[in-house]
Design a protein around this ligand. Sequence first.
Ligand code: GLA
Length: 394
Amino acid sequence: MSTINEAAQKVSNIFTAKFDQTETVVVRSPGRVNIIGEHTDYNEGFVLPAAIDKAIYVVAAKRNDTAIHLYSVDFDETFETSLAAIKPSRDWKTYILGVVDQLIKAGYPIGGFSLVLDGDVPIGAGLSSSAAVECATVFALNELFDLQIDRMSMVKIAQKAEQTYSGVMVGIMDMFASMFGKKDHVIKLDCRSLEYEYKPFKLKGYKAVLLNTNVKHTLSSSEYNTRRKQCEQGVAWVKEHHSNVNSLRDVSLEMLQQHVEQKDEVIFRRCKYVVEEIQRLLAACDDLDRNDIAALGAKMYETHYGLSKLYEVSCKELDYLVDAVKENPGVLGARMMGGGFGGCTINLVKDEAIDELVEQLSVSYKENMNLELSAYIATIENGTEVMKLAEYSK
Ligand code: GLA
């Protein structure tokens, strides 16, 4: 349990002003970055994410009835429903209600509750604000109703909630990173066995800088599901000849050349990217162990190339930002991060070079893309946790 922080205190005060209830639980659940290993989670590969300082906060309290009362600070919007009447919506509520739906379906004894939602994870920036909302919600309800759900099961509930209530067949990475994050560490997660290992992430003299394109193209959900299907098709074609193959994790480049390339060139490219990315991640973990940040950075550029040209989930704004730093000696690596079609690039930048880079890029990005650029330095923090508020807040 972490002690008070300002953001948790603020949302708790808002809760008190809104709802006449005092037995509250306050939960913080962070956004995430991913160093390398993109679109590999649903292919049973590896990912290398970390939880960051930007987080979602929820404050929740039990009610005596079966009503659900929600309030979003960001949208200044209230919503009321009941356990029996919940359904998906197209906005912030859907991530909370999706979790409630999963808990009910799994037979957990939950009752009505009031909940206030706040946070500073930028929406649509590819930092997984929705996963953070789901993780915060399931963690808070678990505490409130003493459901005794372990963290990994909460991750799976959150993932299922996102898949069913937003319709995007997301993998496990975002919820896992939010729930299992550890300060100053990245997590190497094997998405097949769900075994994981924390690795210290101390970039001596460098920082992970996020550059937000400030676009989210509408393509992102439908194309995500399409990519998943294309990978499954590739696996099915290989499986016709190798019955022990169950995912792209089991597939080699040679198998793709033999059984996929002739059939469909697009599916071949999609699968090739994933197979290479799984290998790249393993090599990148060795770089990290040897503290060879330059080698890690070079692999990030390769990942971007693959995501842009083979997997085709980039966009002109992301490509612009990666191209713009490539020749900069202060930058060791850069790539688009997350699902794609907008959001952030992640860049490994020398401490002394950060200010100038952001300044210059802000101007050129505006000139070339006609959009504002935002930059954040990602600091790596703990995962989902209950926050203890100071006594004076009561
Ligand atoms: C989104 C999904 C994740 C993962 C990434 C791409 O963030 O939610 O499960 O697939 O895209 O790596």
